[in-house]
Design a protein around this ligand. Structure first.
Ligand SMILES: [Zn+2]
Length: 429
């Protein structure tokens, strides 16, 4: 007997409303509405924890995936804003604040963001807590505790992220290893904090050594500048070579990658080829990328966001995510990945229904594949019942209309419900 039944659900690629029956955290059955298959008998209603919801023709998608979100550094803007507005300014401001971090402080701020993410339909977050001589393992310990606390509501992956560098901040390496031993799932990297190209290459080697030793994927921040004039921000071909040489194809994700926007001609074609050969995923973080980049331009200010439509055209794997919520890197956001997707459309010259559909595919299936949770992810029989019900029959219109997420379902249980009501008064004198 199902635990949860959704009636009148509009599912991707299926005509007409459907009944979705969920049991033991999985989609057990999908039938045409009124086919009579799973509408519960009165007797069933009193025999167990069954819940039936008539979603009234709303669209149902697999719950959203955030592949890149710094929960430990969220909601710091009220304490100390980044008045310079640059990446260097953000690192400096956050460095001062994180010296005072405690596990409880990180947990309190991260809980607020997790609750927002859940309400906005996100089912899985890959989080990148700082691991360095300033924060030590405070952020990792907070994420490990939250992963347990929230296990029935949202899944957390943890990346050991050396924000302060590895060669520049040598204590980071042992701390990253300790984080992996404690339960971090992914090894991070942050090349842009190293002072020279040689040190960037050493940093990359250390990251891949750890990935091999612990058999975990790599998820690095790099090439975060408006152009590739400084070789420390033009590392993608080198990383692709390292990934191929070490047999890590398909297990490397790179965040930001904004200097890709400056490439052109034959060099650009060569870089796309390398990225595809190495199976590298590029995750764009447009709130942060556009906010911090271009600060030295006094006219025709560059957008500072990787060229997503170009990468789509040549078959590069592209994800997108929030990165931060209201801190020195990103003084905006509500942990709503549809909000980020709509912003990317606006800054990325995307205006057609196919672009919008592609963005929806990105925040669901593509992001899921990038962080390795694509098996059993979706809205088909047998898939995990991690679902979001949009307050709209059409997902594309939901994106454009900023529709609320009426119901959010995790493991077959409703974990959030949102209603929005407006009354227009036409009887004013
Ligand atoms: Zn980041």
């Amino acid at each position: 007997m199902p635990d949860l039944v959704l009636h009148n659900a509009v599912l991707p690629g299926l005509p007409g409303p459907r009944t979705v029956s969920i049991e033991d955290g999985r989609i057990q059955r999908i039938t045409a509405e009124h086919a009579g298959g799973d509408r519960p008998r009165e007797a069933d209603r009193t025999s167990g924890p069954l819940r039936t919801i008539d979603v009234g023709g709303r669209a149902v998608l697999p719950s959203f995936v955030e592949p890149h979100l710094h929960l430990d550094k969220a909601l710091l803007d009220a304490r100390l804003p980044n008045l310079e507005g640059t990446l260097a300014g953000a690192i400096k401001v956050t460095g001062a604040l994180k010296a005072e971090f405690t596990v409880d402080d990180c947990i309190d701020r991260a809980r607020t963001v997790l609750d927002l993410a859940i309400a906005n339909g996100t089912g899985t977050i890959r989080s990148h807590p700082d691991v360095d001589p300033i924060a030590h393992l405070v952020g990792v310990d907070a994420m490990l505790a939250l992963r347990e606390e929230y296990r029935d509501r949202i899944d957390l992956q943890i990346v050991a992220f050396p924000q302060e560098g590895i060669i520049k901040a040598p204590e980071s390496l042992a701390l990253m290893e300790e984080a992996l031993r404690k339960g971090a799932d992914v090894v991070g990297g942050c090349t842009y904090n190293e002072p020279s190209l040689e040190e960037c290459h050493e940093h990359i080697d250390e990251v891949f050594d750890l990935a091999e030793k612990y058999d975990v994927p790599v998820d690095m921040h790099c090439d975060f500048a408006v152009d590739d004039s400084d070789p420390r921000y033009a590392l993608v071909e080198h990383i692709a070579d390292v990934a191929i040489a070490r047999g890590m194809q398909g297990r490397v994700t790179l965040g930001h990658m904004t200097s890709l926007a400056s490439l052109s001609g034959q060099h650009r074609i060569q870089v796309w080829d390398k990225i595809r050969q190495a199976g590298i995923n590029i995750v764009v973080l447009p709130f942060t990328d556009m906010h911090l980049n271009g600060r030295d331009d006094d006219h025709n200010v560059r957008r500072g966001v990787a060229p997503v439509t170009l990468m789509w055209d040549v078959g590069v794997s592209v994800g997108l995510s929030s990165n931060n919520v209201r801190n020195a890197f990103t003084p905006f956001g509500n942990a709503d990945i549809l909000d980020v997707a709509l912003f990317l459309a606006q800054v990325g010259h995307m205006g057609s229904p196919s672009h919008f559909q592609r963005l929806l595919d990105t925040v669901t299936h593509r992001n899921a594949e990038i962080i390795g949770i694509d098996e059993g992810y979706g809205v088909q029989v047998g898939d995990r019942a991690d679902l979001v019900v949009l307050d709209n029959p059409d997902p594309v219109d939901a994106l454009l209309s900023r529709s609320v997420r009426s119901f959010v379902i995790k493991g077959g249980r409703v974990v959030a419900e949102t209603t929005k009501s407006t009354t227009l008064h036409q009887d004013h004198p």
